[in-house]
Design a protein around this ligand. Sequence first.
Ligand code: SF4
Length: 359
Amino acid sequence: MRHNWTREEILEIYNKPLMELLYEAATVHREFHDPNTVQVSTLLSIKTGGCPEDCGYCPQAARYHTDIEGNDLMRVSHVKAQALRAKAAGSSRVCMGAAWRNVKDGEEFDQVLEMVRTINKLDMEVCCTLGMITENQAQRLAEAGLYAYNHNLDTSEDYYKDVISTRAFQDRLDTIGNVRKTNVTVCSGGIIGMGEKVEDRAGMLVALATLDPQPESVPINALVAVEGTPMEDIEPISIWEMVRMVATTRIVMPQTQVRLSAGRTQMSREGQAMCFFAGANSIFAGDKLLTTPNPDVNEDMEMFKLLGLNPQAPFVKKAQPETVEAADSKHLPKGEKPKWSRPGHTIPRNEEAKAKAKA
Ligand code: SF4
C-alpha cells in the first residue's frame, strides 16, 4: 500500500488513454475485491436544512434560497423503520446525515447515539455524517456501535477556499484524525464538477491517498447543481470525467470501497456499468440522496440483474462493532467544541447567492 502519491503521478494516471486506464483499474479492482459485488447503502437525512455553513454546492445551507424543506431531528423509531425498509430492499449500510456545522453534546447527540445503537442491533453497518466532531464525541459514537464516520474533503486544499469560507481544509483533516483515534472506519471523498481543475481532483486524491491508513471508504460525487445555490449554473460533468475519477481512485487506493454517489440520475446505465468496471463497488439506493434526486431502488435492482451484480453483505471488510448501552457508557459528554480555524475570507460566488436569497 503506497502512501506517498504525488499530484504529478496521479495526474499521469488520470490522463492515460481511457482503455489503458480502465484495464489497469479493473485489474487492481479484481486483485482486492469481488468485481461482481457492489454494496448498497441507504442515506437518511435525519436533520435537514438550516445549516450555518456556506458550502457552495449545498442546498441545505440556511443562507441560500432553495426549495429544501427543513426538518428537525428524526425520532429513533422513524429511523428504525426506515432502516428496516432499507434492509429488506437489499441495503447493508445506513448512513445518517445531519445538516450541522459540528456535533454539540446534549439531547440531540444522545438521540443520534441511540439511533446508532438501534441500527447496529439490526446487523447493518451504521455510518454518520454530522459535521465536525471532537475525539470524545468520536469515542462516544464508537461505543454506541458506529461502523463508519463520513467527513468529505470535498476537493483539493487549493480549491477548497473557493467552495467554503466558513471552515478550513485542515478542520476536515482534524475531524478525520479524531475518528482515526477510535475503531470507527473513515469515509471521506469529494465532489467533481464544481468548476475545479483536473489538478484539484488529483490534489484531493493526494490528500486522501497519503493518509495512513487510507480511508476505508471514498465517495465520489458528481455535482448536482441546485437552483439557489452558488453553483446553480454549473453544467453537469461528463461521464468520462466520472469514469476517470473512479478509475484513478481505485488505482491509488486499492483496498478502499469506492462509492458512486450523487449524480447517478444524470448517468446512463452504460455509464454506471463503466464506473463499476473501473472499480466503483458501492452505490446509494433510494430516490433521494439527502436532498438531491437519486435512482429508484427497483431501477437499481434491475440494473444489478442486468449486469449480474450482487449486493454486498454487511461487515465483509471489518467485524461488527459491539454496542455499549447508554447506562454503561465509559465516555461522558465533555461539552467540548471542535476547534476550527476560520480563514476569515469571503467567496464572491457564495456572497452573490446569499444576497440573491435575501432579495
Ligand atoms: S454540506 Fe453539510 S456542512 Fe455544508 S452546508 Fe450542507 S449540510 Fe452544512
